[in-house]
Design a protein around this ligand. Structure first.
Ligand SMILES: Nc1nc(=O)c2c([nH]1)NC[C@@H]1CN(c3ccc(C(=O)N[C@@H](CCC(=O)O)C(=O)O)cc3)C=[N+]21
Length: 301
């Protein structure tokens, strides 16, 4: 089998961003609100800082009102909840993202449940989890990483995934579970596998669509990949790269790209695959929220 097609998530994301920009211009020209995104970060984790910075920059590029709240690592849960309440009440804000993970003293679930479900552009609030699980996709905010992955899968295989086996490796609330829900809604036959799955490689080799969200660098090698499968690598792992110089690192996924690409039909790289899609879908969700707030139908991006 020939080397897999490399799915260019960066290019697909750029197309979505262009459409978000155009729709934002149209919305405001039509008397609608300027979409507003608030990103809240607690503590100064360097990786988190980078992601938050790129979200803020992208929001500005889209023509959004963009605000960033940087709180110290010692912030109390009550203080963070007060910030969320202020943003819930602020009519200029349509999307609220509280960067995860949060420091130990803060109960993540409590914070997520405090976000107004109609401003929950991450799609992590129980109301949105329930909307997705019950198929109320017109009202739900769908988590950005699974939603972005789904666009790449549909680009490779089409809208209807009937008759295809999908295996999602990883069962997190932010990726694995919503990913499985979306694949199910598209009529795939879905298996959720994880670290305790017996003979994981054999389960994965059954997948026409393999989604890797385990959080272990390059764990899924070619042995896990069916010939002709579509492989979506959600992992973002920073590993040492002494070949680039002392103290240097590089980004790798949960899939061993070279061996998996030798068997797959199409595969996402890391970086340049799912990551840029996550940010693009965050912008799309924020635009959707602003449209809904104005009683206008959100555009199909
Ligand atoms: N409430 C919340 N929502 C999130 O969506 C969220 C979060 N918390 N916490 C952290 C993770 C991580 N995340 C990424 C988004 C984009 C890239 C991305 O664009 N990555 C580039 C590479 C970036 C680089 O070079 O470091 C790529 O894959 O090509 C990565 C990671 C969103 N997260």
């Amino acid at each position: 089998m020939a080397e897999a097609r490399r799915i260019d998530g960066k290019a697909v994301a750029a197309g979505i961003i262009d459409r978000v920009k155009a729709a934002t211009t149209a919305l405001t020209a039509d008397g609608g609100p300027q979409p507003g995104l608030a990103v809240v970060i607690v503590g100064a984790d360097p990786a988190s800082q980078v992601y938050v910075g790129s979200k803020e920059k992208m929001a500005r590029e889209c023509g959004f009102h963009s605000v960033k709240h940087e709180l110290s690592a010692e912030t109390s849960e009550a203080d963070l909840l007060a910030v969320v309440e202020r943003l819930n009440a602020d009519p200029a804000i349509h999307g609220i993202l509280v960067q995860l993970p949060l420091p130990r003293q803060i109960d993540e679930a409590r914070v997520i449940e405090a976000i107004d479900p109609d401003k929950d552009v991450d799609g992590f609030n129980l109301i949105n989890v329930g909307r997705l699980a019950t198929g109320a996709l017109d009202k739900a905010f769908v988590p950005c990483t699974p939603a972005g992955s789904m666009i790449l899968i549909r680009g490779a295989l089409g809208d209807d995934l009937s008759g295809l086996n999908a295996v999602v490796v990883g069962r997190s609330n932010i990726v694995g579970k919503p990913m499985a829900q979306l694949l199910l809604a598209a009529n795939a036959t879905v298996t959720i596998a994880h670290s305790r799955t017996k003979d994981l490689a054999a389960v994965c080799r059954n997948a026409d669509i393999l989604v890797a969200a385990v959080g272990r660098a390059e764990m899924l090698t070619g042995d896990y990949v069916k010939e002709g499968a579509v492989v979506i690598d959600v992992g973002i792992n920073r590993v040492p790269a002494p070949e680039k110089g002392e103290g240097k690192s590089r980004l790798v996924g949960d899939v061993d790209y070279a061996s998996a690409a030798a068997r797959a039909a199409a595969i996402t790289p890391v970086p340049g695959g799912v990551g840029p899609m996550t940010i693009a879908l965050l912008m799309a969700n924020t635009l959707t929220s602003a449209c809904r707030a104005a009683g206008k139908a959100p555009p199909r991006l």
